[in-house]
Design a protein around this ligand. Sequence first.
Ligand SMILES: Cc1ncc(COP(=O)(O)O)c(C=O)c1O
Length: 397
Amino acid sequence: MSVRAGREFLAIPGPTTVPDEVLRAMHRPAVDIYSGPLLALTDSLLRDVARVFNTKGHAYIYIANGHGAWEATLTNVLSKGDKILVLESGRFAIGWGDNARRMGVDVEVLKGDMRRAERPAEVEARLKADKDGTIKAVLVAQIDTASGVVNDIAAIGKAMRAAKHDALLMVDAVASLGCMPFEMDAWGVDVAMSGSQKGMMTPPGLGFVVANDRAREVHKKAELRTPYWDWTEREGAQHYQKYAGTPPEHLLFGLRQALDMLFEEGLDNVHRRHRLLAEAVRRAVGVWSEGQAIGFNIIEQAERSDSVTCVLTNGHDPEALRAYCNKQCGVILGHGIGDLSGKAFRVAHMGHVNAPMILGTLSVIEMSLNALGVPHGKGGAQAAIDWLGEQVKAWSL
Ligand SMILES: Cc1ncc(COP(=O)(O)O)c(C=O)c1O
């Protein structure tokens, strides 16, 4: 007997649930690409993408996923043979670095692991040792979607300044933009990138890049530049140049709606909602862990991200749990990826999520733990309810 019917709930860490308002905003005829409202739309989007990153720098919108936006960042500031330092804390910064290697960039990885955040002191020490300034850029993911870690970008920026090193700080905010604060200018980030399909609540297909003046200066000498990604081309006067061709109109209409929704809720409130729902998930996982089988991938509490939680299943098959949640209840959990394949599942709490979605997901996971006989502490979903109930007070009448 299954209780799966109606709308399934996608609890994977991207793409995330697209709000009906965003879907509706996209459901319209195409418009002229040379005149009319699309021109003003582009101006407003470039301004507001920069606003979400908290930068006075320049924004670029690509028809691309995160991999494309990675390529945009690399080609615009690097040359063949340049050396970069990739901070390992999971899988995604490594993937970004691999792309750079394939373009002829010399990539050094500052060793980390899947279970912890970057140590800014290690970054500082490595940069201090680079006396000739051969390292041109430092690459790091704010949240690694595979491990569920959150890196302290402010502290890494501070460490780079303490090392008095000129390398550009380049940050992957794919799994964090729209979910937690990103203070590009205040943290000393030179280039940042993200995508439309997670915290930005828009279908996959738009890549965002923001660059400050320092990065745009370095860009002038970059030799990996190619016509499609090139910032200079995209800064041209014609609207057509902003997308290096036909604009992705419908995705742009969707993005406009998503940004309006984020601003209407207020970015601080959006971040607070993510923090509360993430903590509800952590409360549940904490209780389940008492059974000795379930556990957090990220060891330190403060290093667990507010957009995705990676849960280890220690010898029990996470795919059986995922299959139960999906087939019996219509909840689709993320699977473990990379080194955690077959060892973990992931619960997304990013983007267009609310209490019933998260509490429902937790309840379904607890059902699956019971049904499959995975040892666990009882009452994880209840702990999440209790904690959220304490945070979200009743209206005073
Ligand atoms: C942190 C992070 N960076 C980059 C990417 C790559 O993005 P895409 O799959 O859109 O190419 C992902 C995808 O999940 C991600 O989570």
